[in-house]
Ligand binder design. Structure first.
Ligand code: G3P
Ligand code: MG
Length: 251
């Protein structure tokens, strides 16, 4: 039900490097992580870029929005200086750059489809198609740990991903678990539920596991809390504190 790594570095390298950058992936590797979560959003010209916020300004120096900026222009912006001067000029990565890096380093990817408002279906379809095209051999080989898991808070994005490339697996991101979670997960043909650990209970965890789904949590930065939710049957979680919670972390 969870053929993937248990501990996953959040937004690339958690809080050890600027989020959603190749420098983050490098930081993860330095701590032994070969499993990563990151966010993908479409540029104005319809290219998937690794970035979290729809608006520029917090982590990416610039003004305006990702959806109103072309990919080449986004790639030229500084996504590192906000974190520290040492990372000045660290670019906004293309999703395909993350694919290339992660394939070369054998890093497993949980790709969060993060659509800007109004681009839910387009983003889901694009990410699923590009993922399928780049992992055709791995998908054919049939070992799920050898290819990415997509996830999204957007039902519409996941539905479009399912229609575009059904063979690329999907996890449904839910901040709180609604009563009809299983109906929604079934409609998306999802393999896993990804949820905020803060709202999870042992009863809900048991219900999801009994339903036959993988159960993944975000974002756990306290080792004691990590042990607690693993004891409830949670299969894995992502963390910002890759320095405190290592890839072999266990109960
Ligand atoms: O995929 C889990 C987690 O990343 C969801 O929240 O805002 O960090 O993308 P966020
Ligand atoms: Mg995310």
């Amino acid at each position: 039900m969870w053929p993937y790594p248990k501990i996953v570095a959040h937004r690339g390298g958690g809080t050890l490097a600027p989020e959603n950058t190749v420098a983050g992936l490098r930081a993860g590797l330095a701590y032994g992580f070969r499993a990563v979560e990151f966010d993908v959003m479409l540029s104005r010209d319809g290219i998937g870029m690794v970035v979290h916020d729809p608006e520029l300004g917090r982590t990416v120096a610039g003004q305006g929005s990702v959806a109103q900026t072309d990919a080449a222009a986004l790639a030229a912006l500084d996504a590192g200086s906000w974190f520290s001067p040492e990372f000045r000029g660290e670019p906004v990565p293309f999703y395909t750059q993350f694919i290339d890096y992660c394939k070369a380093q054998r890093i497993w990817m949980n790709v969060e489809i993060k659509p800007a408002d109004g681009f839910e279906a387009a983003t889901g379809a694009w990410v699923a198609k590009i993922t399928r095209d780049n992992y055709a051999a791995e998908l054919a080989a049939g070992d799920p740990a050898g290819y990415p898991l997509l996830s999204s808070f957007s039902f519409a994005a996941l539905a479009a991903a399912r229609d575009s490339a059904p063979e690329v697996p999907r996890g449904y991101l839910l901040d709180t678990i609604p009563a009809d979670w299983q109906q929604q997960a079934k409609a998306l043909d999802a393999v896993a539920i990804h949820t905020n650990h803060k709202h999870l209970t042992p009863a809900l965890a048991a219900q999801i596991k009994e339903g036959g789904y993988g159960l993944f949590c975000y974002t756990v930065n306290d080792p004691a809390r990590g042990r607690e939710i693993l004891s409830w049957g949670v299969d894995g979680f992502c963390t910002d504190r890759i320095d405190l919670i290592g890839p072999s972390f266990d109960i």
